[in-house]
Design a protein around this ligand. Structure first.
Ligand code: AMP
Ligand code: MG
Length: 347
């Protein structure tokens, strides 16, 4: 077991930068805040360091890691080609919550890319992430800093819950802003294709590069003949300990159905993911408000914290309201469907 240190970056920035850079340069693991979720970082050019990430998370080794950089100039040594769409998207959305997939250069180990010939790269905008990455001057491979299958961490406390004893350092930068992982866009096969929805929507991408496709595996039920191109998307994910069921339909019917379940199963055993607009209408149950239906950014921001917070209760099942899949709603619904392991009720 590793003696995990936690340092608040605002308390001692110089020390946090020095400690993180030293650990990364010697092959260790540091969790750090980004604008999407907390990342679990290691030197992305060191195959052994990347292997430690998989071990700490319990992550399947075919699930590739995203390289995080501080400056756009760091991209070209990591890739074989940056095409026109790649240049346009980097200029429009970096630094920011957009991950781009390029053909990989030889210097990127297959351990980092899960055996793929492509590499995922992102330049985060979070000021503390940028300082850490600038200080170390290495591409930092970083998946979300949660145990595999658990909701992604949006606070340093979440990281501590999952990673204490498994990594050298947690840099605490407070709660993250966006709360769901980056949009992933594949640039390696003609028309840019969204492999994972996030804050940067299809509409936003299209204003910059014209036509953008969406990987069919993103929203639907996974069939044996549809293989997601982001390998991570095939796993059950983002899940609290109690099973989640997503309830879709007219709001009145959804509330009635969930209230019936509370009556039948008992008030303390049913969790409810409700919204500002509906939370008063549940009769019993452990009701958690995820945000306002008129503000999907609030819903995304609270999503993983709400999912995790049920672990401190005795609920044996969680019912969640569902949301429109328009724009940023697509990213939220993608995560909720994965948390539900495709357990959905249509009313
Ligand atoms: P995480 O960092 O935990 O959000 O996971 C990284 C996500 O990026 C996973 O869903 C991976 O499957 C995806 N990813 C990383 N590299 C690639 C790549 N080269 N091609 C496709 N998807 C990738
Ligand atoms: Mg993850």
């Amino acid at each position: 077991m590793i003696d995990t240190k936690l340092i608040k970056m605002e308390d001692n920035e110089a020390l946090a930068l020095e400690m993180a850079a030293k650990i990364w340069k010697t092959g260790g693991l540091v969790a750090f805040p980004t604008e999407t979720v907390y990342g679990l970082g290691a030197n992305g050019l060191d195959a052994q360091a990347a292997t430690k990430i998989y071990a700490a998370k319990g992550r399947p080794s075919d699930n590739p890691l995203i390289l995080h950089i501080a400056q756009k100039e760091q991209v070209s040594p990591l890739v074989r080609e940056i095409n026109k769409a790649g240049k346009q998207l980097m200029d429009a959305f970096w630094p920011g919550p957009l991950t781009l997939i390029f053909p990989k250069a030889d210097c990127v180990p297959y351990k980092t890319t899960g055996g793929l010939d492509t590499v995922a790269i992102r330049m985060p905008s979070h000021p503390q992430a940028r300082k850490l990455l600038k200080e170390v001057q290495l591409p930092i491979a970083a998946p979300s800093a949660n145990l595999s299958g658990r909701p992604s961490p949006t606070t340093a406390e979440h990281v501590w819950e999952d990673m204490n004893g498994r990594i050298e350092l947690i840099v605490d930068g407070g709660a993250v802003g966006i709360g769901v992982e980056s949009t992933i866009v594949d640039l390696t096969e003609g028309i840019p294709t969204i492999l994972r929805p996030g804050y940067i929507t299809k509409e936003m991408l299209e204003t910059v590069v014209g036509e953008v496709k969406i990987d069919p595996a993103i929203m639907g039920v996974l069939c044996p003949d549809i293989h997601p191109k982001a390998p991570g998307m095939k796993y059950r994910h983002y899940a609290p300990k109690a099973p989640v069921t997503l309830v879709e339909g007219k709001m009145d019917a959804v509330i009635r159905f969930i209230n019936e379940q509370i009556q039948e199963r008992g008030v303390n055993t049913v969790g409810v993911i409700a919204t500002e607009e509906t939370k008063e209408q549940y009769q019993g149950g452990i009701v958690k408000c995820i945000g306002s239906r008129s503000d999907m950014e609030s819903v995304a921001h609270n999503l993983y914290d709400v999912l995790r917070s049920f672990d401190a209760t005795n609920v044996s099942i969680i019912y969640s309201e569902s949301f429109s899949e328009e724009k940023f709603g697509q990213a939220v619904m993608n995560r909720l469907k994965k948390a539900a392991g495709q357990q959905m009720i249509h009313l």
